[in-house]
Design a protein around this ligand. Structure first.
Ligand code: HXC
Length: 518
């Protein structure tokens, strides 16, 4: 055998060994838990044959606690780039079969390298997390590694999309990298995220809770909002990442890819003319409106189980990707509360950072009142949404379907927050508050002084109020909305508005950065 052939043979063998990560037994253990290996996950995520691996031969440099006895190639993470539907992405997948995917300094260097390359080359960065956290044997070096990753998450924020998929443990400070990224997916039953695990919680507070209850996918997708998606299994999680990417651009200088559609631009949707119930206190399903107006009825929802009183997600109008924000009258009457405000604000800011126009569908009775909300800082949290809309410079098209009351009307992408095109349906009621509340405030004294005629006074004044405000024409007369449209024309009108705004330029005053109400 020539020296060259021998060298090549050694390379092939070394690569094959590196691809086995922590070895056959640990791979079996991983499979037994219902989890794929890092490489299997990447194979499923990336277009076939597109994966270009970096740093396959990187080894840890730790000598503590007998670590010098083993130096597996690759050291607990597989990194590189590839394509998804032909579009470049940078990836890292933590390999639980090597030291439980725990983060060493060298492992962090590998992750930082792909983060840097993603930023430099303007492509999304996707992390598949499955790790026991900081590598205990490395001490402060491992912590420093996390710091390096976080800093890159921050620098890349708003420049390239960052996606985290939690497919195993993610505990301690390690949770902060996913939290800094744009979207977090979790796999049900096999992943969890928490700052401190059940044992520590019990010793500190006495609370008894298991991993799933403390930080499982369902908890974070419905209660904390930390996870944007909870997938039933790893395959579903990976399919969700691909779908998500199809709606978003490669970076903040590009626009999302167009998707051709056979759905006619001028499709009229007669059902919308009768979707609003006659009784203003009766709910209807906002999903019905969204499905009726977007291309092919396809809506990709984000945060679907969290703060269901507001709906956010991506759809397309005439092939163009848009972010949809819509109050949901079916849940808490569509009221804005702390979680709804946080959820929508984060989504609006993502869309604005990545040139995705916003379409807002409004039916909001106001902000949720009461001590729970006030003590939880509904003021600051509501201001987040207000701020997000007010600062957004992407095209903003708003349709008020029914209620647009009080501060909530202003917050939901009104004209004064630089809303570009604001439409209203004839059923819109744009006012400081609903008729009952208004009459009770304005005529409380009159009704008290004349209890015999209180009901009559109430009805008369309510009618007066409704005639004046329970319609869109006061707002239309003053130019606060641009047109009152027939509901069935909504798709066509929104598409035309978006086309009109496609060359929009909007300026913001020079500043170092803003100080949004965090
Ligand atoms: C070094 C680790 C490790 C770690 C796991 N391993 N976590 N090695 N550092 N952090 C190793 C184990 O020793 C074991 O090695 C192998 O990985 C698999 O782990 P198991 O415990 O056998 O697996 P499992 O039973 O599935 O349990 C997984 C686990 C558990 C729940 C993640 O390993 C665990 O509790 N690990 C410690 C978690 C933790 O407290 N991490 C620190 C968080 S604080 P062998 O050789 O036996 O197979 C943190 C700070 C970040 O991360 C700060 C950022 C600012």
């Amino acid at each position: 055998m020539s020296i060259q052939t021998d060298n090549i043979q050694k390379l092939v063998e070394r690569r094959a060994k590196a691809r086995m990560g922590g070895g056959e037994k640990r791979i079996e253990a991983q499979h037994a838990k219902g989890k794929m290996t890092a490489r299997e996950r990447l194979a499923m995520l990336l277009d076939e044959g597109s994966f270009e691996e970096f740093d396959m031969f990187v080894q840890h440099r730790c000598t503590n606690f007998g670590m010098d006895k083993s130096h597996p190639d690759g050291d607990g993470v597989v990194t590189g780039c590839g394509t998804i539907d032909g579009r470049l992405v940078y990836v890292f997948a933590q390999d639980f079969t090597v030291s439980g995917g725990s983060l060493s300094k060298t492992m962090s260097e590998k992750i930082c390298k792909v983060q840097d390359m993603a930023l430099r080359n303007g492509a999304p960065c996707i992390g598949l997390n499955d790790s026991g956290g900081a590598r205990i044997q490395e001490g402060i070096d491992a912590l420093a590694g996390y710091g390096e990753i976080f800093e890159r998450n921050i620098l890349a924020s708003g420049v390239v999309p960052q996606i985290s998929c939690i497919m195993g443990p993610c505990a301690g400070g390690a949770v902060y990298s996913p939290a800094l990224t744009d979207f977090t997916l979790m796999v049900k039953n096999t992943s969890y995220m928490f700052l401190t695990g059940p044992a520590v919680v019990k010793s500190v507070t006495g609370e008894v809770v298991d991993q799933e209850q403390l930080g499982g996918a369902s908890v974070h997708a419905s209660k904390s909002g930390v996870a944007h998606f909870a997938a039933n299994n790893e395959e579903e999680a990976i399919a969700t990442i691909k779908q998500l990417l199809s709606y978003i651009p490669q970076n903040n200088l590009e626009t999302a890819p167009l998707k051709e559609t056979a759905d006619p631009v001028n499709r009229l949707e007669d059902s919308l003319n009768s979707i609003i119930p006659d009784n203003p206190n009766k709910a209807y399903d906002m999903y019905g409106v969204i499905g009726a107006i977007v291309d092919d009825g396809q809506f990709f929802e984000i945060h679907k189980d969290f703060a269901k009183n507001i709906i956010v997600g991506f759809a397309r109008f005439n092939g163009r990707s848009v972010g949809i924000v819509a109050n949901q009258p079916k849940v808490l009457a569509g009221v804005l509360d702390i979680n709804a405000s946080r959820k929508a604000a984060r989504f609006v800011r993502f869309c604005d950072a990545f040139n995705i126009p916003l379409v807002t569908l409004v039916d909001v009775p106001g902000f949720l009142c009461g001590t729970q909300q006030e003590y939880g800082a509904i003021i600051t949290n509501g201001a987040k949404l207000l701020y997000a809309y007010g600062e957004a410079t992407v095209p903003k098209v708003t349709v008020t379907l029914r209620k647009g009351y009080g501060g909530a009307h202003i917050v939901m992408s009104c004209k004064q927050l630089r809303g570009d095109i604001n439409y209203a349906w004839p059923s819109a009621q744009i006012a400081v508050m609903g008729a009952d509340g208004a009459v009770n405030v304005l005529y409380a004294k009159d009704m008290k002084e004349d209890p015999e005629h209180a009901a009559e006074i109430f009805q008369e004044k309510k009618q007066e109020y409704e005639d004046l405000f329970s319609n869109p024409y006061q707002a239309a007369q003053k130019g606060y909305i641009d047109d009152v449209i027939e509901p069935r024309n909504t798709r066509f009108r929104v598409i035309r508005a978006l086309e009109q705004l496609s060359g929009k330029q909007a300026n913001v005053p020079a500043k170092k950065h803003d100080n949004l109400p965090l």
